[in-house]
Ligand binder design. Structure first.
Ligand code: THU
Length: 133
């Protein structure tokens, strides 16, 4: 069944967002799509900077857009990138996802070059014992 949280819905949105990635330094274009509690989808792409450390990942850009729009409950996350390797969320993004999602939140990862091959895991598997205040 196709639901708002299904990978077939989210991965194409992430692929679309990856086309807007600003990645002139790494050349690694990443797109993310997240679905929130009411079924709305927010997207993000990585945005790099000449001052490299200012780069922000696709996942965090998508999550911050959702939070800015008033949403704090993530139901699923999809991340894609062009080429290799698959863009498993970095540690910082895992921690930010954990702020707004339950451990059973699905995380889908795929390549833009083969977007129907989707690997699936959960936040709890990617970041067990996450830090919470
Ligand atoms: N990147 C993401 O967008 N998400 C991740 O989870 C890992 C890395 C981006 C940051 C940088 O622009 C490029 O990938 C190479 O590290």
């Amino acid at each position: 069944m196709t639901t708002p949280t299904s990978p077939e819905m989210l991965v194409p949105r992430a692929v679309e967002a990856s086309g807007n990635a600003y990645a002139p330094f790494s050349k690694f274009q990443v797109g993310a799509a997240i679905v929130v509690e009411d079924g709305s989808v927010f997207v993000g792409c990585n945005v790099e900077n000449s001052s490299y450390g200012l780069t922000l990942c696709a996942e965090r850009n998508a999550i911050f857009a959702a939070v800015a729009a008033g949403h704090r409950k993530l139901k699923a996350v999809a991340v894609v990138a062009k080429g290799d390797p698959l863009p498993w969320p970095c540690g910082a993004c895992r921690q930010v996802i954990a702020e707004f999602a339950e451990p059973d939140c699905p995380i889908y990862v795929a390549s833009v070059d083969n977007p129907t091959h989707i690997e699936s895991t959960t936040l709890g598997d990617l970041l067990p014992h996450s830090f919470r205040l």
